[in-house]
Design a protein around this ligand. Sequence first.
Ligand SMILES: Cc1cc2nc3c(=O)[nH]c(=O)nc-3n(C[C@H](O)[C@H](O)[C@H](O)COP(=O)(O)OP(=O)(O)OC[C@H]3O[C@@H](n4cnc5c(N)ncnc54)[C@H](O)[C@@H]3O)c2cc1C
Length: 472
Amino acid sequence: MDQTPHQGDALVIGAGIAGLLAAHVLSRSFATVTVLERDHLPETPRPRRGVPQGRHAHALQAGGLLALEQLLPGISDDLRAAGAPRIDFCVQARLHLPYGTPPPRDSGIIIQPASRPLLESVLRERVMRTDNIRIDQGCTVTGLLSERHRHRLRVTGVRLVRRNTRAPADERSVPGNLVVDASGRASHLPDWLAALGLPRPAETVIDARVGYATRAYHLPPGRALEWSAVFQPPHAPHSPRGCFVLRVENDQLLVTLQGAGGDHPPTDPAGFDAFTASLHGDVREVLQDLVPISSAVRYARTANRRLHYDRLRPWPGGLIALGDAVCAFNPVYAQGMTVAALEALTLAALLADRTQASALPLEDLTQAFQRRVARVTAWPWQLATLPDRGWRLEPPRSLPHRGARWYLDQWQRLVPQDPRMFHDIARVTNMLASPLLLARPRHLIRVGKAAVRRNPRPARPRTPPPTPASIP
Ligand SMILES: Cc1cc2nc3c(=O)[nH]c(=O)nc-3n(C[C@H](O)[C@H](O)[C@H](O)COP(=O)(O)OP(=O)(O)OC[C@H]3O[C@@H](n4cnc5c(N)ncnc54)[C@H](O)[C@@H]3O)c2cc1C
């Protein structure tokens, strides 16, 4: 970044979605890009230890698919070839809302349900086709190297440990011109910054206390389903239960149950079935004659968590962070992978500006990147945390906040009967449009009229005519 293109070495911590996409973008500007990954990566698509969420249904939003296609043209075809068909979100996915299910209608909003291991493996295969990217597997980054440069701290590489069961831990320092933290929700970057004598970032956490339980089922050959995906998001404060059901590659149905506000789905077969029976739609009936091919697994580290690196002063040169390491969302809104792709596009745009302007020093660019990441995550953060604040015991804080919650609730009521509202909310939740789309005059009027119809103004009590006794 502070050099002409194709010079210097970039180090990316983590070979998850954010790390792979960042590596791909950086390979156009750096001579080498090394992805440092703690896991030994599987040859075939399989869940792995470093990505425990990978066993649970992951929906890539239509906006995420478009962003991936921009970054890696042809990736949608690669996914299709690997067994993930393209489907219309408003036709082949069922969206069960608390006040009803919108009927299917053509929308052109395309998603491609796949298991997370398949998606990651297709991405990895594409990214690794680039000559100057390599993945160093089985090494855990434990800290940052730094030096002072013109009174400013600059990150100059990482320290890592390579663990091998037969040999003692092998500790090394690896130099790099740019270090990218893409190590996910479990990132230790705040500790690493503190070890360099820098302040810790401010942190915001909104926890809807969501728990997941997932079980995979086999679909027998020729078994027809009316849908390829089912989404029932939990709805605060009265409907804590929800699900994601995805028909994925290899004739598998991934059934992920979600319970908010602490109402976590059980993992024993009877409890899993009973939870399924409490959901909307026909998921329970569909599962009745299907053979489970896994036991249920749970996951409950799901709080919305944002680290305000954009506000941290001083921010060291030579370091950026993205993906869940910066902002992790409650997964019921299925935003994380799309946000990671949008952040990679943001990085690409910043690098392109840099190449054209070629004036900004690396220090300023890394800070500028964190500010742009904060902008990319701002709307998704609102979309996730606005409803999630409903799981807290205290009432919503401010009037605008209460108003926004009320407005969203009115939407949920109207969407099942209003095709245009269904289309627009599908565009927003798929991150194809900003939430401002929901405040179009047409929608404002519709919401206002419906609210008045539902809560007609109570007739003013007429002042009773004076009775003779009341007349003085
Ligand atoms: C239960 C659950 C369900 C989800 N469902 C969805 C969904 O439906 N749709 C969606 O878009 N998103 C979903 N997400 C979010 C999604 O998984 C992430 O947002 C997305 O994968 C981007 O994460 P990442 O690449 O930043 O981190 P990760 O994918 O978590 O990858 C981090 C990588 O860093 C490695 N690593 C960690 N520490 C170190 C270290 N010190 N040294 C070296 N390597 C390290 C890990 O092994 C891992 O490979 C879900 C998340 C959860 C928890």
